[in-house]
Ligand binder design. Structure first.
Ligand code: NAI
Ligand SMILES: O=C(O)[C@H](O)CS(=O)(=O)O
Length: 477
C-alpha cells in the first residue's frame, strides 16, 4: 500500500482534498496513506448527491437491489485476502481475525441480498372492529431516503456492512462516515459497490473528523435516518441532534458471563479466553466480567490464566499472532491507568498488567470491586475481571448492576435456571451456554440502557430503515 492520497467518494467520483491526515498503522506506525479530510461543503454535496440518487434507488426493483448485494458478496470473496490485510494494517487486527471478519462480512451482505426480496407487509382483518367491516386493510414498507451511517474502527468491514446492506436492500441511499482510523476499508467497499453496479450517488463516503463534521452530517433535514455504531458518549449526542428522525444506536457494553458449578470447564475456558482477548478486547461484546460460582472459582481462575498465558502477542500480519497493538497508544495508556487505579483500591493482578507502547498484555484481575472503572466502565481492552458468587440471584444482580446491557452469557446445564436468568437479566440478548461475545449476523442485535437503541441483524435493520404504510379500501358501497 503506497503512501498515496485517498479521496472522498462523492457521486461515484473520487475527490482528493488539499487537507489530509496521515493514516499510520497502530502496530508499527508505518504510514499507510494520506486521507482526504472532508469539510462541511463536501458533506452537503454528498447529502445532495444521495438525495438525488434516491429517485433512482427507490424505483430499482428488489431483485436488482438483491443482485447488486450478491455481487458485492462475490467481489468480497474474490478480494478477501487483500481486504483482510487492509484491516490488519489499519486496525491492527491479527490477520486470522481479520479474515474471520471478511468471512462474516460476506455472509452479512448475502443476508442483505436475501432480505431485499423479503420486505413484506400484511393484510389487516378490518372487520375485527365495529365500523371496520366492508373494508380491506393492508400494509407495505417504503424506503426512507438518505441514511447517514457513522461507524467505529473495530470491525471496519462488517459493521459497515450492517449499515449499507439493509439500507440498500430497502432502497435507501447512504452517506457513510467511517472511523478516522479505518477509512481504507470503507473506501475499498465503495469501489466494490461501484463495480457491483450500485447507481452513482447511492453511496457517498466522507472521510475525516466525526466531531468536526457532526452538524453537517446530522442537522440536514434531507437526512431521514441516522445509524450509528460507536461509543455511548457520542451516541447520546447523536440522539439529541437527530430530533424526530429515525435513529439506531449500537453502543458500548461491559459484557458479563455467569459460570454455574455444573459445567465442564474444558469447554468453557477456551471460549472465555477467546471472548476476553480477541482483537485485544476491542469488541463491544468483549467478555469483561466473569462471575464464577465459588465452588469452582479457584479452578476456573487457575485454568483461565494458564490458557491466557499461551496467547501470542505480536505483528498483526503474523499468522500465529493472537493479540496485537490497541488502536492508539493513548488507549493502552488509559487502560494501564485503570488497572493501576484498581490495584490501588485492592484488586490483584492474576496475569499481565504490562504495557509496551500501544500493546497491552492480556490481563486478568481478581478481587475487583463493582465501582472500579475496570468493572463498571467499558474497558475496550484485553482486561477481564473474575469474581466469585454464591447464589445465582446474587450473580444476576451483579450482572444487572451496570449502565450497559448488550449481550450477557450464562453457562449452566439446568434449563430452568438458564431461563430464569434469561428472564431476569437486563440486556438485549442472553446467550445460554456460550460467551456474550457470540454473534451471528442475522440474529437481532442491540442493547438496552446505555448499550443502544434499536436493533441490527439484517431483517431488523431493514425494518428500522423503512416506513410502514397502512392503506384501507372501502369495498361496500
Ligand atoms: N454495539 C455495537 O455493535 C458496537 C459498539 N462499538 C462501540 O464503539 C466504541 C469504539 O469505537 P470508536 O470508533 O472508538 O467509537 P467513537 O464513538 O469514538 O467513534 C465512532 C464514530 O463516530 C464518529 N464521531 C465521533 N464523534 C462524533 C460526533 N461528535 N458526531 C458524529 N460522529 C462522531 C467517529 O468519527 C467514528 O466514525 C466502543 O464504545 C464500542 O463499544 C463498537 C463496535 C460495535
Ligand atoms: O462487537 C462488535 O464490535 C460487533 O459485534 C462486531 S461484529 O463482531 O458483530 O462484527
Amino acid at each position: 500500500m503506497l503512501e498515496e492520497t485517498k479521496g472522498l467518494f462523492i457521486d461515484g467520483k473520487w475527490v482528493k482534498k488539499q487537507r489530509t491526515y496521515e493514516l499510520c498503522a497502530p502496530y508499527d506506525g508505518q504510514l499507510l496513506a494520506r486521507i482526504s479530510m472532508a469539510d462541511a461543503g463536501d458533506v452537503e454535496k454528498a447529502i445532495s448527491g444521495a438525495h438525488r440518487a434516491f429517485q433512482t434507488m427507490k424505483n430499482l426493483p428488489a431483485y436488482q437491489r438483491s443482485e447488486i448485494l450478491f455481487r458485492v458478496a462475490q467481489l468480497l470473496k474474490e478480494r478477501k485476502e487483500e481486504l483482510a490485510r487492509i484491516v490488519a494494517k489499519e486496525a491492527g487486527k491479527p490477520i486470522r481475525i481479520a479474515r474471520g471478519e471478511l468471512e462474516r462480512t460476506i455472509v452479512t451482505y448475502q443476508f442483505a441480498a436475501e432480505e431485499a426480496k423479503r420486505i413484506y407487509g400484511e393484510t389487516i382483518p378490518m372487520d375485527a372492529a365495529p365500523g371496520g367491516e366492508g373494508r380491506i386493510g393492508m400494509t407495505w414498507r417504503e424506503p426512507l431516503g438518505v441514511v447517514v451511517a457513522i461507524t467505529p474502527f473495530n470491525f471496519p468491514f462488517n459493521l459497515v456492512a450492517h449499515k449499507l446492506g439493509p439500507a440498500f436492500a430497502a432502497g435507501n441511499t447512504v452517506v457513510l462516515k467511517p472511523a478516522e482510523q479505518t477509512p481504507l476499508s470503507a473506501l475499498a467497499i465503495a469501489e466494490i459497490f461501484q463495480e457491483a453496479g450500485l447507481p452513482d450517488g447511492a453511496l457517498q463516503v466522507i472521510t475525516g473528523s466525526g466531531s468536526e463534521l457532526s452538524d453537517a452530517l446530522l442537522m440536514d433535514e434531507r437526512v431521514k435516518k441516522i445509524t450509528f455504531t460507536g461509543s455511548a458518549s457520542v451516541g447520546k449526542l447523536i440522539k439529541q441532534k437527530a430530533g424526530l428522525r429515525k435513529v439506531t444506536l449500537e453502543l458500548g457494553s461491559n459484557a458479563a458471563l455467569i459460570v454455574e458449578p455444573d459445567v465442564v470447564l474444558d469447554k468453557v475456558i477456551p471460549r472465555c479466553v477467546e471472548g476476553a482477548f480477541s482483537y485485544a478486547g476491542q469488541v463491544c461484546i468483549s467478555l469483561q466480567r466473569v462471575y464464577v460460582h465459588e465452588t469452582i472459582y479457584e479452578e476456573f481462575c487457575k485454568r483461565f490464566i494458564e490458557r491466557a498465558k499461551q496467547l501470542k502477542v505480536g505483528d498483526p500480519l503474523d499468522e500465529d499472532t493472537d493479540i496485537s497493538a490497541m488502536i492508539h497508544q493513548r488507549e493502552a495508556e488509559r487502560i494501564e491507568s485503570w488497572v493501576e487505579e484498581a490495584v490501588q483500591s485492592g484488586a490483584k493482578i492474576g496475569l499481565g498488567g504490562i504495557r509496551n507502547g500501544s500493546i497491552y498484555s492480556p490481563t486478568v484481575l481478581l478481587d475487583v470491586k463493582k465501582d472500579m472503572a475496570v468493572s463498571c466502565q467499558e474497558v475496550f481492552a484485553p482486561v477481564v475481571s473474575i469474581v466469585p458468587y454464591r447464589e445465582l440471584q446474587e450473580a444476576i444482580e451483579m450482572v444487572n448492576d451496570s449502565v450497559y446491557g448488550l449481550n450477557i452469557g450464562i453457562y449452566t446445564t439446568n434449563i430452568q435456571r438458564a431461563l430464569y436468568a434469561a428472564r431476569q437479566i437486563e440486556s438485549g440478548a442472553v446467550i445460554i451456554n456460550d460467551i456474550p461475545t457470540f454473534r451471528v449476523d442475522h440474529m437481532p442485535y442491540g442493547g438496552v440502557k446505555e448499550s443502544g437503541y434499536g436493533r441490527e441483524g439484517i431483517k431488523y435493520a431493514v425494518q428500522e430503515m423503512t416506513e410502514l404504510k397502512f392503506v384501507s379500501i372501502k369495498t361496500d358501497f
